[in-house]
Write a protein that binds this ligand. Sequence first.
Ligand code: 5GP
Ligand code: ZN
Length: 108
Amino acid sequence: MCIFCKIIRKEIPNKTILEDDNFLAFEDINPQAKVHILIIPKTHFDSFNTITPKIMGEMTTFIQKVASITEVSHSGYRLITNIGDNGGQEVKHIHFHLLGGEKLGGIL
Ligand code: 5GP
Ligand code: ZN
């Protein structure tokens, strides 16, 4: 079982920001910005390549709530999902990084 599925099952502790029946948002263990949250569906998908439009749509609403709770909605933030080896994906359970709380450096 993947590490994020273990976090969902509470077998590995996490600092939860928001949770509902289908999604979990929790603090990244190695933050790259003042706010660095990981947002995952509770159903395992390896990456963005295989997630369904239905779950992606529901996750949009959930991510918007996380942005609101963490007060980055107005100050701005970045959403990233790494996909596969060239994308730098280390954990093979789809996740969105929400980064903010400060001015972010850019690669694009
Ligand atoms: P990726 O490189 O796959 O896009 O990002 C994986 C992220 O998961 C990294 O930012 C890493 O710090 C985070 N991470 C890995 N293991 C754990 C863990 O056990 N707990 C938490 N909270 N974050 C983790
Ligand atoms: Zn998983």
